[in-house]
Write a protein that binds this ligand. Structure first.
Ligand code: SF4
Length: 315
């Protein structure tokens, strides 16, 4: 590597490290369409894609620095940095380009250090208290009986995230306690676990009137509560129940949110957790035929967790 390239690469590494420390997870790539790229010397070498450049900003010793020609601006994952340089995200964290090129993979890692169980309980109680006072969504505040924060093991390896409380949850102050909740309990048991092993919460902490779909504004209003809740628990795995939870936790570049069918069957990343997507239990209650697909999703989750796959029981 010649000296100017070595110095430029080093400066870039330092700047990326600063961005990461500041909490930046991805950046918008500049348009480089008018930058003349020098091709690698290797015969038949492919021009690197925008993603591969983002994932591997350093280049092998002795090769020339090549710049990608980008036709469109694109959001790029900020590479994870260690003390010696950048490391590419592992293959499993990247989406299959053909199926969802508009989906971003967020760099891994929780923002804060691990907590003891007592520290988690104290922080969750403090957050729950703040949530109970929240008045950001006037329509929901007017109609709610109480806020519905979350329930379960603060040290859970797996966290289920649903959409919003329903009538039973609003009345009892606990997520997933109605018919859909009973189905979720059976799904968890079918995975060989108990409800007490996992943590369960929703994107919204207040019930939308008539169980309507949350508005974008409501999801945004409640976003930092869910982020903080997950940051405290730091689950290794998150199962999104339905499209609202999936679209909330899986960032995308496209103007249109991807459908559930494009998100199912794949493994995403939210900070330090692997994320998979399945149907909301309320949908499964209405659509018996989707249960076998949901079981496929849960099997994918079990495989990722390294747990045995029990033979399927009727739920
Ligand atoms: S849904 Fe969330 S942001 Fe909206 S009022 Fe309830 S707690 Fe606050």
């Amino acid at each position: 590597m010649d000296e100017p390239v070595r110095v430029t690469t080093k400066i870039l590494m330092v700047e990326l490290a600063c961005l990461r420390r500041a909490g930046v997870r991805y950046v918008r790539a500049p348009q480089l369409g008018n930058v003349r790229a020098r091709r690698p010397a290797t015969a038949g070498a492919q021009r690197p894609s925008a993603r591969s450049m983002a994932a591997a900003p350093s280049h092998p010793q002795g090769s020339e620095l090549t710049l990608p020609k980008l036709d469109q601006p694109n959001d790029l994952v900020l590479p994870h940095l260690n003390g010696t340089g950048a490391t590419a995200p592992s293959r499993e964290r990247r989406p299959k380009e053909s199926k969802g090129a508009d989906m971003l993979q967020v760099a891994d890692g929780w923002d804060t250090p691990p907590l003891t169980t007592n520290e988690k309980l104290a922080k969750l109680a403090e957050l729950e208290q703040r949530v109970s006072q929240c008045t950001r969504c006037p329509e929901l505040v007017k109609n709610r009986t109480q806020t519905v924060f979350g329930v379960g093991n603060p040290d859970a390896e797996l966290c289920f995230v649903g959409e919003a409380p329903g009538a039973d949850e609003d009345r009892l102050g606990e997520p997933f306690v109605g018919r859909a909740g009973q189905l979720l309990t059976r799904m968890i048991e079918a995975m060989g676990m108990n409800r007490a092993d996992v943590y369960i919460c929703n994107v919204l902490k207040c019930r939308p009137p008539q169980n309507r779909t949350p508005t974008i504004t409501e999801v945004r209003n409640c976003a930092d509560y869910l982020d903080e809740q997950l940051e405290i628990i730091k689950p290794a795995f998150i199962c999104c129940l339905g499209s609202v939870a999936a679209q909330r936790l899986i960032p995308t570049t496209g103007a249109k949110s991807p459908s559930l069918s494009r998100l199912r069957g794949r493994v995403f990343r939210y900070k330090g957790a692997k994320v998979i997507v399945t149907y909301h239990p309320a949908y499964l209650l209405r659509t018996e035929s989707a249960k076998k697909d949901a079981w496929q999703d849960l099997k994918l989750l079990l495989r990722e967790m390294g747990r045995p796959i029990p033979s399927r029981r009727k739920t």
